[in-house]
Design a protein around this ligand. Structure first.
Ligand SMILES: [Zn+2]
Length: 248
């Protein structure tokens, strides 16, 4: 029962993340004003704002003008709901659950924003970093040195690439994202997450090249891999490391 409530909570948070992504990009207030259809500008009525269900009932179209609604809305809601549910089943109603729910929300918002706009913006990474350092130091599950050194080492990893390439390989957003990963996961898990992100990036990159969906010059939003790897380490990090070590 509580699991289901956590799933619903996740759906609603996902719905809020969608609004935040859109409005921050448009430079609007996240909390004020009603949501409008992006085609006909008709304000959306509350009955059409129910996460996932409204999208299904409307068959993915605006009630008034029938323009197609982005699949981003239900997908973000569902993924947030499922991750909240998993975090609750893993940790129960605890501070770690709250931490993971906040981490996941930030990571999803960074993922979608990077996918849509090819940018990792400070507006998300900086507050997430502050939260991660405070909550992790407070919880004390990860040693304090590991949290701080993790953030510094992962940021330095991108910063060195930034210096060598004069900002053409990675952007400033990647440096902040590296710091965030280290602060969220600590040094050891942070490094594994970095490795995972490069493995996933290589697999997807080769797949896109092979299917002709991209060429060598196509920019890849690498933040999507960094955030996905961070979520994976949060949920199955221990298991992944054990599995990897058992291979040798
Ligand atoms: Zn419309």
């Amino acid at each position: 029962m509580i699991s289901f409530v956590m799933f619903l909570l996740g759906l609603c948070v996902g719905s809020f993340l969608n609004v935040a992504i859109f409005r921050i990009h448009e430079g609007e207030s996240v909390v004020r004003g009603r949501s409008k259809c992006q085609s006909c500008e008709e304000p959306i009525s509350p009955r059409d704002l129910v996460p996932v269900f409204s999208y299904l009932i409307l068959k993915g179209r605006c009630r008034r003008c029938q323009s197609i609604l982005s699949w981003q809305y239900p997908v973000v809601e569902l993924v947030t709901g499922v991750l909240f549910l998993l975090a609750f089943q893993k940790h129960g109603l605890s501070l770690i659950f709250v931490r993971d729910a906040v981490f996941v929300s930030y990571l999803i918002i960074i993922f979608v924003y990077d996918l849509r706009h090819m940018l990792i913006i400070d507006r998300f990474t900086i507050p997430a970093m502050i939260f991660a350092v405070i909550v992790n130091l407070w919880l004390g599950i990860i040693p304090a040195w590991s949290i701080l050194v993790g953030g510094l080492v992962l940021a330095a990893f991108f910063w060195i690439q930034f210096l060598i390439s004069k900002g053409t390989w990675v952007g400033g957003g990647d440096i902040r994202m590296g710091a965030l990963m280290g602060f969220m996961l600590g040094l050891e898990h942070g490094l594994v997450a970095l490795f995972l992100a490069y493995v996933m990036g290589a697999i997807v990159g080769v797949g896109l090249l092979a299917t002709g969906k991209a060429n060598r010059k196509t920019p890849i939003p690498f933040g999507t891999f960094l955030t996905t790897a961070t979520v994976m380490m949060l949920f199955v990090g221990e298991g992944l490391i054990r599995w990897y070590l058992s291979l040798f």
